[in-house]
Design a protein around this ligand. Structure first.
Ligand code: COA
Length: 327
C-alpha cells in the first residue's frame, strides 16, 4: 500500500468534515465529488449556490451529499463576524472590518474550522500561500506551546527505505533557535501521524558535533538543546551534517554514540533557503515525490495547495488534512 493509500484509509476511518473555500473552482468541485463518493471525508464547498450547481451540471457531478455555503447569506455570518472581531480587536479590527473579512471565503472557511463547524480547511488553488497562512493564523490560531506555523514536505525517495520528512521548506524564512526547536517538535508529531513511523529528528548544519565553529552552527546547537529540554522523549540530535544524519557508517564516524545519526527520518533545515532548495534538489535529482508544503502548528489544520494543483492533489491534501484533524 502506498503512503497516500494508507492516509486515505485512515481518513476514511476518521470521516472528518473538510471545508473547501475555493468551491467555485472546477478542481474543487471535482475533488469534492471524489472525496464524498469515496467516503474519504464530508465536504462543504464555499461559493454561490447557483454558480456551484451550474458548474456541477457542466462537469456532470451530482451535488448530493456535498454541502454548500455562501458566507454573506449564511446564518453563521454575523456570529462569525462578532467572534472574529473579539479575537482581533486588540489589532484594531471593528465589526465592519470583521464583516468585510468574513465575506472572503478563505476567512469564512477558517472561521468554520475555528468555531468547530468543520474539522479542517484546504485552499490555495486560487490564493497565495501567504493568504492561506494569514487566514489560518488569524482565525484558528497556534497550538498551545507552538511558537510558529511552519510546514513539512513528505519525501518519497526511490530506493530509500522509509518516507522522509523535510522541514521547513515553505513558511518560516529565518527561524530563531527557539522557532527551529518548535519546528522540529511539530514536524516530529506530523511525521508520526502521517507515516505511522517513530521520528528520529536530525537538526541539520554544515557542522557535525562541533566540527566547525560559526554563529550559524551555534544556532543549531541551541535549537537542539531546546528540543531536548522541551521534548525529552523525542529522539532528536544535532548539530549534524546531512550525510551523518542519513548514512549509518558516516553517522558512526562523525557522531559516535548518537541515537539519530545514520537513521534520521525527520530532517530539520537551518532556514527556508536550505529547506526549500533541499526538497527541490531531492525531487529533481533523485526523482523523489514531494508531498507538501503541509502546514503545521495551527490549533486545527488549514492546508495549502499549489496554484497549479489538480483535483487529485486536492483529494490527497484533504485526506492528509483529515488525518491531521484526527490527532
Ligand atoms: C505567514 C506569512 C505569509 C506572513 O507574512 P506577512 O503578512 O508578511 O507577515 P506579517 O508579519 O505581516 O504577519 C501577519 C501575522 O501573522 C503572524 N505570523 C507571521 N508568520 C507567522 C508564523 N510563521 N507563525 C505564526 N504566526 C506568524 C504575525 O505575527 C502577524 O500576526 P498579527 O497580525 O497578529 O500581528 C509568512 O510566513 C511568509 O510570508 N512566509 C513565506 C511563505 C512563502 O513565500 N513561501 C514560499 C516557499 S513555498
Amino acid at each position: 500500500m502506498t503512503l497516500i493509500d494508507q492516509i486515505q484509509q485512515k481518513a476514511k476511518s476518521l470521516r472528518k468534515h473538510i471545508v473547501l473555500p475555493e468551491g467555485e473552482d472546477d478542481r474543487m468541485l471535482l475533488a469534492a465529488d471524489q472525496l464524498v463518493r469515496q467516503k474519504i471525508c464530508d465536504i462543504t464547498l464555499i461559493g454561490n449556490p447557483d454558480l456551484l450547481d451550474e458548474r456541477a451540471k457542466a462537469l456532470g457531478i451530482s451535488m448530493q451529499g456535498i454541502q454548500c455555503v455562501d458566507p454573506a447569506q449564511s446564518e453563521k455570518f454575523e456570529p462569525y463576524a462578532e467572534a472574529f472581531m473579539e479575537m482581533r480587536k486588540h489589532k484594531g479590527v471593528d465589526i465592519d472590518g470583521s464583516r468585510k473579512l468574513m465575506r472572503k471565503p478563505l476567512y469564512y472557511g477558517a472561521m468554520m474550522v475555528h468555531q468547530g463547524d468543520a474539522d479542517g480547511s484546504v485552499a490555495g488553488a486560487n490564493n497565495t500561500t501567504g493568504d492561506v497562512l494569514r487566514a489560518g493564523i488569524h482565525c484558528i490560531g497556534l497550538k498551545p506551546g507552538i511558537s510558529v506555523v511552519s510546514s513539512i514536505f513528505l519525501m518519497i525517495v526511490p530506493g530509500w527505505s522509509e518516507v522522509l520528512t523535510y522541514a521547513d521548506g515553505g513558511v518560516v524564512p529565518d527561524p530563531t533557535a527557539e522557532e527551529l526547536a518548535s519546528i522540529a517538535i511539530t514536524s516530529a508529531k506530523t511525521h508520526r501521524l502521517l507515516t505511522g513511523n517513530t521520528p528520529n529528528v536530525a537538526m541539520l548544519s554544515f557542522s557535525t558535533y562541533g566540527s566547525a565553529s560559526h554563529k550559524r552552527v551555534d544556532k543549531i546547537k541551541e535549537a537542539a538543546r531546546i528540543v531536548k529540554e522541551k521534548a525529552p522523549d523525542l529522539n532528536a540530535d544535532g548539530e549534524m551534517q546531512a550525510d551523518a544524519a542519513l548514512i549509518p557508517e558516516i553517522g558512526r564516524k562523525k557522531a559516535p554514540g548518537s541515537s539519530v545519526a545514520g537513521m534520521a527520518n525527520v530532517l530539520i533545515f537551518p532556514d527556508l533557503d536550505s529547506g526549500n532548495i533541499a526538497y527541490k534538489l531531492t525531487e529533481r535529482l533523485a526523482g523523489a515525490t514531494a508531498l507538501g508544503p503541509l502546514i503545521q502548528g495551527l490549533k486545527k489544520p488549514a492546508m495549502d495547495l499549489s496554484r497549479g494543483c489538480s483535483a487529485d492533489d486536492i483529494v490527497n491534501v484533504a485526506a492528509i488534512c483529515s488525518v491531521l484533524a484526527g490527532e
